[in-house]
Design a protein around this ligand. Structure first.
Ligand code: A3P
Length: 307
């Protein structure tokens, strides 16, 4: 299934045809959740692979046997991607599932379910920059002409998988309709991984010994995952993901956006963010602790809290 140039539009949202069909998207919206399922929900580039690795390791008590032997998409399949039914029919035990779908498309399927839903969010400026680089490497996403054009498409919700703003607001504001819901951010994982892993382990009722927690931290560190072919996407052919354009495990930083945004772009982003998030109480960490006020490119960035 190459279909690299195909885009599927489903309920007004674009999805890459390389991974999705109308049937696979309908399969996801009608998905039969089991109460023992764990569903990782993210907007792309929010740290999905990292959370897949953490939960995989947690279930193996910190032993890397599964995470070093089975690709992430085969142990935590995206329910909307075409291969999902095959993966699930070949797997046993409690299922770990992933989705990038917006809340509205899964609301019915999740209604009344006791499946555990783990929503992982990341500050949208870093999501945007990560997504921009991902478009350069992923041949199934239309190549982004320029950063300014990509920024506008992001702010207008015109990228594949839809609007970041709608995604994060709709999932979090509807969390009360989901019986088991946990909200985690990329930044809290980055700043205090042991605490975040404990938080997830409590939610999944998967207690960990000190030694198991230490092992998880080692195996899911950025440097370790960067070298793990089961999560760094080097198993995928160069025709589909061109690692010479960008690496999947690219930087793994908080606040990397300051190296790409101009002051003007930052202002524009902040204005749109303020208007679109006016009805949300979510807050994000925008800078790495101790980050300087100047980007490496010498461009001064306004360090001002976003509310
Ligand atoms: P960058 O492009 O900013 O480096 P997703 O899995 O949702 O596609 O997200 C990919 C982003 O998560 C990439 O961000 C990647 O480097 C980052 N990431 C993956 N594993 C990580 C880890 N162990 N620690 C920190 N960042 C990680």
């Amino acid at each position: 299934m190459a279909r690299l140039d195909v885009t599927e539009t489903f309920h007004g949202i674009m999805f890459p045809g390389h991974l999705h069909t109308q049937d696979s998207l309908s399969y996801a919206t009608d998905f039969k959740f089991q109460d023992t399922d764990t569903l990782i929900v993210t907007y792309p580039k929010s740290g999905t692979t990292w959370m897949q690795e953490i939960v995989t390791l947690m279930r193996c008590k910190g032993h890397p046997e599964t995470s070093k032997a089975k690709p992430n998409w085969a142990r935590a399949p995206w329910i909307e991607q075409h291969y999902c039914p095959d993966v699930l029919s070949a797997s046993q035990g409690p299922r770990l599932l992933t989705t990038h779908l917006p809340y509205q498309l899964l609301a019915n399927a999740l209604h009344g379910s006791k499946a555990k839903v783990l929503y992982l969010a990341r500050n949208p400026k870093d999501v945007l920059v990560s997504y921009y680089h991902f478009h350069k490497m992923a041949k199934f996403l239309s190549a982004s002409e320029s950063f300014p054009g990509f920024l506008s498409a992001f702010l207008n919700g015109k990228l594949h998988y839809g609007s970041w703003f709608d995604h994060v607001k709709d999932w979090t504001s509807n969390s009360k309709n989901i019986q088991n819901f946990l909200y985690v951010t990329y930044e809290e994982m980055w700043m205090d991984l042991p605490r975040s892993v404990q938080k997830v382990s409590q939610f999944l009722v998967c207690p960990l010994l000190e030694e198991e927690l230490t092992n998880i931290q080692k195996v899911c560190s950025f440097n370790s995952m960067k070298e793990n072919s089961m999560v760094n996407y080097t198993l995928i052919s160069q025709d589909i993901m061109d690692h010479s354009k960008s690496r999947f495990m690219r930087k793994g930083e908080i606040g990397d956006w300051v190296n790409t945004f101009s002051m003007e772009q930052n202002r524009k982003f902040d204005d749109v963010y303020a208007s679109k998030m006016a009805d949300s109480s979510l807050t994000f960490v925008w800078y790495k602790p101790g980050q300087e006020t100047f980007s490496k490119s010498g461009m001064e960035i306004d360090i001002k809290p976003l509310t």
